[in-house]
Design a protein around this ligand. Structure first.
Ligand code: NAP
Length: 282
């Protein structure tokens, strides 16, 4: 008898805009895996029943997106360390009938940095991270786990301070006005605010104090090259974009549901880049 078809899905409300089916569909096809990855639009009322009876609905796992990440955090029976630290679950999978929850952003963030800027983790590495929301939380967690010190800079300093309290002495919190004084120390500069994203305010930053060897990373992927990355590229800094993070984080769930070794290939990047270009208005 053939093995049952493994099915996974992205659960959100709305979900029609999700690029996850494109990414997972590419890997299923190129790796020759018999599986399916579907969109599941679930209202907040429908989500708890669906996720807690995932197997009965015919799924082995999936991604969780807005507005269900906090509810998923409450409903899973077991959480991995990253989800626990970040306080949100965006990937779920069944293991021996137990509903597990993880957070793939931290994996995506660091795999992308390793891939696009090898050697970034210099001795005594210091990372200046802009922002204190969900993306900054994932980035800071990933960076301290690799031994870097994190200098968090946020408009609302109380949010950065709360993160620093939770993550311990490797993380310090600062207001945006301190940035010019802090920038010269950065081996890695990461934008985790929504500034610079298409339709949002620009990121106001002067890169002049940054050393030439610093890596500049923007987690935003619409546009594909933000003003920050363009400015960094022009002055010769190595740059890392947010699309790589999006693609790398997807591999985390794919391995749990379907196995195999999904790789972020130039072909996959080109596929998603074309979709972003087609749907982005300047
Ligand atoms: P979030 O939780 O809403 O946090 C937004 C952050 O941006 C906060 O630190 C906020 O500061 C800051 N901010 C917003 N508007 C600002 C302004 N006008 N001036 C200064 N700071 C401002 O959002 P998130 O989930 O962390 O996402 C942030 C960005 O990361 C989004 O663009 C998202 O698309 C991107 N992202 C990318 C990936 C990927 O896979 N590449 C994954 C996750 C997120 P306050 O605390 O002061 O409000």
């Amino acid at each position: 008898m053939p093995a049952p078809l493994a099915r996974a899905c992205v659960m959100g409300h709305p979900v029609a805009h999700s690029r996850s089916p494109m990414i997972h569909g590419y890997w299923l096809k190129t790796l020759g895996i018999e599986g399916a990855y579907e969109l599941k639009d679930l209202t907040p009322e429908a989500f708890p029943e669906f996720v807690t009876r995932l197997a009965a609905h015919g799924y082995v796992g999936g991604n969780v997106t807005v507005p269900h990440k906090e509810m998923a955090f409450k409903l899973v029976q077991r959480k991995d360390e990253a989800a626990q630290a970040i306080g949100a679950v965006n990937t779920i999978w069944l293991e021996g009938g137990v509903l597990n929850g993880g957070n793939s952003d931290t994996h995506g963030f660091i795999s992308n940095l390793d891939d696009r800027a090898p050697g970034w983790n210099v001795p005594g590495c210091r990372a200046v991270v802009l922002g204190a929301g969900g993306a900054a939380r994932s980035a800071a967690y990933a960076l301290i786990n690799r031994g870097a010190d994190v200098i968090l800079v946020n408009r609302t300093v109380a949010r950065a301070q709360e993160l620093a309290r939770q993550f311990g002495p490797r993380v310090t919190a600062h207001v945006t006005a301190e940035l010019p004084r802090l920038l010269p120390a950065a081996d890695v500069l990461v934008n985790c605010t929504s500034c610079g994203m298409t339709g949002k305010p620009p990121l106001e930053i002067d890169l002049a104090p940054l050393k030439a060897s610093a890596v500049v990373y923007d987690v935003i992927y619409v546009p594909l090259e933000t003003e920050l990355l363009a400015a960094a590229r022009r002055r010769g800094n190595r740059t890392v974009d947010g699309l790589g993070m999006l693609l790398q984080q997807a591999g985390f769930g794919f391995r749990k549901w379907f196995g195999g070794n999904p790789k972020v290939t130039p072909e996959l990047r080109a596929l998603v880049e074309a979709d972003i270009r087609a749907k982005t208005t300047k």
